[in-house]
Design a protein around this ligand. Structure first.
Ligand SMILES: [Ca+2]
Ligand SMILES: [Ca+2]
Ligand SMILES: [Ca+2]
Length: 538
């Protein structure tokens, strides 16, 4: 596929050429669920979302959340969703404005331990005392023999007997000084257990309590959590992926994807189905002191350039893998790694990078993103929205300098006077902007006057689909792009299907395999655009 910079010159020739180039925007608006050809195959290495925000309850800390492995159906027993022990999961921070990481937080997972090798499922348990064989138990197993262990109520020790598949992980923080990396923190021998998915109420009767045991305090102000959780991302991916075929009936304006003022202000209900509702995802979360991330180890006011950091997450695999020759053997893995995917801002690879370059983008590093500048500063998506609405949504002319705050260090995220650095896809966070209380938190973040939301970092509740659609159609460029209808574009999905937690790890624990379902078209879960009452989804 041709880069947009060259497509631009063929625009006059035919609109069809541009639209054809735009067609492979598959999974448009799914933050990062199966967005690049390679990770649509290698789903374990697929980063679905990357969140970095100032912790709600502690102004001295930042929380980073890396979600991987998209669209995990909660009922997918009996083995559910281990992390891949071959993948190196990393969170990276630039604090010198050159888009090159100065801090790396590394997570490695063990091969799942199999504690009940003779049992047919990875997780088994019931009641306080388990289940014994009944009076008619055939020989050679006598009646009264303990058969099923007690319900799983702990990740280790008593109550964990039925937790057959169990995975541990390690956390290592490295810091660069000059060109040398040194370890500044290691979880060492502390066994950290990844939280299993929520099997159901018989096997895991108090799942929230079980999952909370996976929140570890490691000292030095550091909390970690890893495991399967509710996917915090929400969007009408189905409509967006069908060439922006939004549901007219969902929008009170009568115009597909253009919300009314009342709909726009509604932060706690959906007018269209949330395609990700009811699905789980694997999460890796860490909360740590801001002082561990800034260049000088201090906290800084928002007006100070030193307060802003640039972040991204990566997955990498060993460069060489030799499969075992004996059944049940282990593969041989090289110790050098190749990056499989990265994520900074949400939706950049999905919506801005051409499909022919998505894998190259995934495997590149942010400091070299000038090679993708034509995608970033003349987004084809903006042109497609402009065309799909027959010109009703005006868009600015390239180069799109209004998008520079997303790809350089610039106001309104970074303080005035911050070195802008190269064009690079980093999720930038001004650590000096305090978190906003739940009641004042806006799904539209910075665009709704909530300074602690995307694109200043990204919280789990930020509606990055709507924010991104408005950013690419020029809301930061001033009139007429900052007014109607550009400022009311949305997919009609305004909130997650379950409430988030207000404390670390902020995401909601996993949906139940036995007792949860998806909200789809034809099931309840949407709000009538006129009455704001629950209705079947349009
Ligand atoms: Ca740097
Ligand atoms: Ca969800
Ligand atoms: Ca939305």
């Amino acid at each position: 596929m041709k880069p947009i910079s060259r497509l631009r010159f063929s625009l006059g020739a035919t609109l069809i050429a541009v639209l054809c180039a735009a067609m492979p925007v598959s999974d448009a608006f799914a933050a990062g669920h199966r967005e690049a050809p390679l990770t649509a195959i290698d789903t374990k290495a697929d980063i679905t979302d990357w969140y970095v925000f100032n912790s709600y309850g502690d102004p001295t800390k930042v929380t980073m959340i890396m979600n991987v492995d998209p669209l995990l159906e909660p009922a997918s027993g009996p083995n559910y969703f281990p992390f891949d022990p071959e993948i190196l999961y990393e969170m990276k921070v630039d604090n010198t404005f050159d888009a090159d990481e100065d801090i790396k937080i590394q997570f490695r997972f063990s091969r799942p331990e199999i504690r009940l090798p003779g049992v047919f499922t990875g997780f088994i348990g019931a009641g306080n005392n388990g289940i014994a064989t009944p009076a008619n138990s055939p020989a050679p197993v006598p009646p009264g023999t303990p058969l099923v262990p007690p319900a799983i109520t702990a990740l280790d020790g008593p109550g964990s007997e039925g937790l057959s598949l169990r995975q541990t992980y390690t956390v290592t923080i490295l810091k660069k000084s000059g060109t040398t990396w040194s370890t500044v923190f290691s979880s060492g021998g502390t066994p950290l257990f990844a939280v299993p998915s929520n099997v159901g109420p018989r096997t895991m009767p108090n799942y929230a309590n079980l999952a909370a045991q996976g929140i570890y305090f490691l000292g030095n102000g550091i909390h970690v959590f890893a495991g399967t959780v509710d996917d915090p991302y929400y969007s009408d991916t189905g409509a967006a992926s069908d060439t922006l075929n939004f549901r007219t009936g969902a929008f009170a304006t009568g115009i597909p994807a253009i919300m009314s003022n009342a709909q726009d202000a509604y932060d706690s209900g959906n007018f269209a189905p949330d395609s990700v509702a009811g699905y789980n995802v694997n999460t890796i979360a860490i909360e740590l002191p801001i002082a561990m991330l800034t260049n000088d180890g201090n906290l800084h006011a928002a007006s100070d350039p030193a307060a802003t950091i640039g972040t991204f997450a990566t997955t990498s695999r060993p460069r060489i893998k030799t499969q075992p020759t004996t059944p049940g053997g282990k593969p041989a893995l090289s110790t050098n790694f190749t990056q499989i995917q990265r994520m900074g801002n949400p939706l950049i690879n999905e919506l801005l990078i051409g499909t022919g370059d998505k894998d190259k983008f995934s495997m590149s590093v942010p400091k070299n993103d000038s090679q993708f500048a034509s995608y970033l500063l003349d987004p084809l998506l903006a042109r497609v929205i402009n065309a799909a609405y027959a010109g009703a949504v005006p868009i600015p002319a390239p180069p799109r300098v209004d998008l520079l705050p997303l790809v350089t260090y610039a106001p309104p995220i970074a303080a005035a006077g911050t070195p802008s650095g190269p064009v690079a896809d980093l999720l930038r966070l001004n650590t000096g902007v305090p978190a906003i209380s739940q009641v004042n938190r806006k799904r539209l973040g910075l665009l709704a006057g909530d300074p602690a939301g995307y694109p200043n970092g990204r919280r789990v509740s930020d509606d990055v689909t709507d924010i991104t659609a408005r950013l690419v159609t020029g809301i930061l460029a001033g009139p007429p792009f900052s007014g109607f209808p550009n400022n009311r574009i949305g997919d009609g999905v305004n909130s997650n299907d379950v409430p988030y937690q207000e404390t670390f790890p902020y995401v909601q624990f996993a949906n139940s395999g036995r007792d949860s379902r998806h909200q789809n078209s034809g099931t309840s879960g949407c709000i009538d655009p006129g009455s704001f009452l629950p209705v079947l989804c349009p």
